[in-house]
Every structure is written in structure tokens, then in C-alpha cells.
Design a protein around this ligand. Structure first.
Ligand code: ZN
Length: 458
């Protein structure tokens, strides 16, 4: 593991040197006319790094430094993508204090890597490695031979036939070390779903809430009973109250209290004896334990999300969710990335639960699982008034929702659980975005259309 840690360190150093060179080059070029500007090429980047590392008597592999350069240049390119540039310009416009301005100018730009961060990684290209079967013939394990060393690893997935390896990433976090292989292979894709052959019974809308995910269709759900429990068929427990995680929560509380006491004591100490502020090895040890526990809880949530999204994407051809960017959940208190709003304190409790539910993670999982093989459909819709609009008649009225847990349409009298109702409105909007003007509720009324493929327009 020492070898791996060293390579991660080298990767970070190389990356930082590239960033430093690039920043210097930029500030020099700024002063010059456009035609006089000079840009470094890849070879020149590599020579500087090699010289710098040799001067510091660090042993290194050129593959790692080259990969660091490739990733760095990718990050530079990404920072000038349309999306990032417009984000930055917006932030610069809003920023008022000098501190905010500096932050705004740096938004989306590559940053220096620190070897103190919990998550570390480095990349390897598709050469100079071997994947061997396990020495003990255990099929669950394999051996990766890299840098003249054997690393035994747990093989979570088997490689497909005729794959081509493009890159290897080795990383570590609070719990352990990981190796991931980037591969290319051909896969036969089955029937591709399009708006013409979409089966409406295989379409679903999801309403994301702090304590559950409401879905428009009834699904028998198998969930990890240790982590989450299904309350109603339409309502999936999203793990916000992670029952297995609750076990760790008290331990975490105790550790956090310990840590803050240590910090306070040390603060007092260095004030009295005028020494440098320094936390001991016990602080470090406890921090390690804390990092492990929080990582474990987040892993449980990710695992649960994978289970839910896998089930949904297997069963359904079209999945509609709210566009979180425009969903007004925590906006009023958090402001934007640069300026924080005024009501942070009052709303932070709610924000925490929202963060805990990590909707973004959930939605991105659905997105890649539906779109990666291009055989399913995925739509994001405007979430405005989804909680007030009647999915039955389309009547939008604040009074449709007299209480938090009640929905009754003032126009047609349709009565249903408000979360499920929102998910049905979301599905309806998703279908409409395909030009399919019908909804599940319509279909319940006209049972004849139910299981046939879609030829109905309302
Ligand atoms: Zn209605």
C-alpha cells in the first residue's frame, strides 16, 4: 500500500505543478497581444514535471505523471465549457465583496490537489499491467500486477467477453483501497423504446420528498429491511432515516463531542503557554474512525439508491422526475454558490434532510441507468405547482392542498395522498413533453386502453 500512497502523492504533485505552470502562463499571456501568446505543449509540460520531481529525489513512474497531465488538461478544457463559463459569469455578476469575487473567478476552474484529503487516486493507462487469477483459486478474488507488485483485489463484477481496457483508476477513501477498470465492449441492445412504441403502463413519475420517494405506479418493492422499509406501495422509503445508520449515529455524536473538546482544550492551552496550535495523535485516530463511520453510512445510502434505481429502470421504460435545478427546495435560504441567503439558520434543518436524501445522486443514477444503453427514456420536467395541480383535471389551486398530508381537488373532488398525486402530475407532464397528452388517471377511467401500447391521444 505504501507504493500506492506514493503514486497518489506523485500524481497530486504532478497535477499541482501543471496547474502552477498553467496559471503562470496565463498571467504572462494576459499582458501580451493575442498573436504573441505562447502556449506550452504536452512534451514541455512533461519535461518540467520530470525535472522537478528528479530535483526532489522522488521516484516516479512516467505513466502516472502523464495521466496527471492528461487529466489536468481535461479539467482545463472542462472549465471553459459553455456551462462552466456561463456559471462563472453569473457568479461574477452577483459577487459584491472582494472575497466573493475571488471565489467567483475560480468557480469551475481546476484546483490544487492536497495529499491530506481523505479521497486520493491516480490513473494508469492500458499498458504495463496484468490481471491474474487468484493464487488460492478463489473466484471472488483476482490479482492485479502493477509496478512490479501484486495487489489482490475483490472482483465485484466479471469482465464481459472481448473487452478492451482503456484505463485503470486506483483510489482510496476512509475505508479502503479500490481499483476500477475503464473498459469498452460491444453489447447487443434489445428493443429501443421510443415515443412511438412506448407502453404507458411502463411509464412512471417520481416525486422526490425529504422522507420518501412517491411513485405514480404501484410497484412491489423489495428493499433492504435493515436500511429502509416500505410504508405504502406507492411510497418508497428513501433511507433518510437510515435504520442501520442510526446505530452509528450515537457513536458519531460521542466522537464529535470528543473532538471538539480536544480542539477547545488545545486552543486554551496554546493561549496560556503561547505555543503553536497542535492536535495530538488521539485526535487524528478519532478523526479516522469518524471518517470511516460517515463513509459507511453514505455507502449504505448509495447501496439503497442502487437497489431502488435498478428495480425502477428494469421495470419501466420511461421515468419522469422533477428538474431539481428549478425545484425550489432550499434556494431561499442558501442563495447561490457564492452569496448565501439570509434565512440559512431557520431553514438549515430542512436543508440537512434534503441533503441527507441526496436527490441529485438518486436522479443521476436513474439518468445514467436509463440513458447509458440508450434503450430507455428519461425526462426531467418543471416541478412548479406539482403539489397543487390536480392530475385528474389539471386544476391548479392552493386550496387543493388544505393540509400537508391531504389533497382534494376543489374542482373535481379527486382525493388522494398528496405525494402520490404529485408523482402522477409529474408523469403527466413527462408524457406531454413527448406530445402524448394523456395520464395514468385518464387510463384508469378508460380501462380499455390500459395494457395496449400507446395509440391514444386525449
Ligand atoms: Zn381535479
Amino acid at each position: 500500500m505504501k507504493i500506492l500512497n506514493h503514486q497518489m502523492y506523485i500524481y497530486n504533485q504532478a497535477y499541482n505543478i501543471f496547474l502552477n505552470l498553467w496559471q503562470k502562463e496565463n498571467s504572462k499571456n494576459k499582458k501580451l497581444d493575442k498573436e504573441d501568446r505562447v502556449f506550452r505543449n504536452a512534451v514541455s509540460y512533461d519535461t518540467v514535471v520530470k525535472r522537478a520531481l528528479r530535483l526532489r529525489k522522488l521516484s516516479f513512474s512516467t505513466v502516472v505523471t502523464q495521466q496527471a497531465r492528461i487529466n489536468f488538461l481535461k479539467a482545463v478544457k472542462k472549465s471553459f465549457s459553455k456551462e462552466n463559463v456561463s456559471k462563472r459569469l453569473k457568479a461574477i455578476e452577483i459577487a459584491t465583496t472582494p472575497k466573493e469575487k475571488v471565489k467567483a473567478f475560480k468557480l469551475g476552474m481546476p484546483t490544487f490537489k492536497s495529499s491530506r484529503d481523505i479521497f486520493q487516486s491516480f490513473n494508469w493507462n492500458n499498458q504495463g499491467y496484468q490481471i491474474l487469477d487468484d493464487i488460492n483459486n478463489n473466484t471472488r478474488f483476482k490479482t492485479l500486477r502493477l509496478l512490479k507488485t501484486n495487489f489482490r483485489f475483490r472482483c465485484h463484477r466479471t469482465f464481459p467477453n472481448n473487452y478492451k481496457l482503456s484505463s485503470i483508476t486506483i483510489s482510496k477513501d476512509a475505508i479502503g483501497y479500490y481499483v476500477s477498470f475503464g473498459i469498452e465492449f460491444n453489447k447487443q441492445v434489445g428493443l429501443v423504446v421510443s415515443k412511438d412504441n412506448l407502453d404507458i403502463t411502463k411509464s412512471i413519475g417520481i416525486d422526490l420528498n425529504a422522507y420518501n420517494f412517491a411513485i405514480s405506479n404501484n410497484v412491489d418493492f423489495i428493499q433492504d429491511s435493515n436500511i429502509a422499509k416500505v410504508t405504502l406501495n406507492h411510497l418508497i422509503d428513501n433511507g433518510a432515516t437510515n435504520r442501520k445508520g442510526l446505530k452509528y449515529k450515537n457513536t458519531i455524536k460521542v466522537h464529535i463531542r470528543k473532538q471538539s473538546r480536544r480542539v477547545l482544550n488545545e486552543l486554551k492551552n496554546c493561549k496560556q503557554s503561547k505555543t503553536k496550535f497542535k492536535l495530538g495523535s488521539n485526535h487524528k485516530k478519532t478523526q479516522k474512525k469518524l471518517n470511516k463511520l460517515t463513509k459507511r453510512i453514505s455507502n449504505q445510502k448509495i447501496d439503497l439508491y442502487h437497489k431502488i434505481t435498478a428495480e425502477l429502470t428494469n421495470k419501466f421504460d420511461l421515468i419522469v422526475v422533477e428538474d431539481l435545478k428549478t425545484k425550489n427546495m432550499s434556494k431561499s435560504s442558501k442563495g447561490n454558490e457564492i452569496t448565501h441567503g439570509k434565512r440559512v439558520k431557520q431553514k438549515s434543518g430542512l436543508n440537512r434532510t434534503i441533503l441527507n436524501a441526496s436527490f441529485y445522486q438518486f436522479v443521476s443514477m436513474i439518468q445514467y441507468k436509463t440513458t447509458m444503453l440508450n434503450d430507455k427514456l428519461f425526462v426531467k420536467v418543471n416541478p412548479q405547482y406539482t403539489s397543487q395541480e390536480c392530475s385528474c383535471c389539471g386544476n391548479i389551486d392552493k386550496n387543493n392542498r388544505p393540509k400537508q398530508d391531504k389533497f382534494k381537488c376543489t374542482a373535481c373532488g379527486f382525493e388522494i395522498n398528496p405525494d402520490i398525486q404529485a408523482s402522477q402530475t409529474i408523469l403527466k407532464r413527462g408524457l406531454e413533453s413527448f406530445g402524448l397528452g394523456t395520464s395514468l388517471v385518464d387510463l384508469n377511467k378508460h380501462k380499455a386502453f390500459r395494457s395496449t401500447s400507446l395509440e391514444v391521444a386525449s
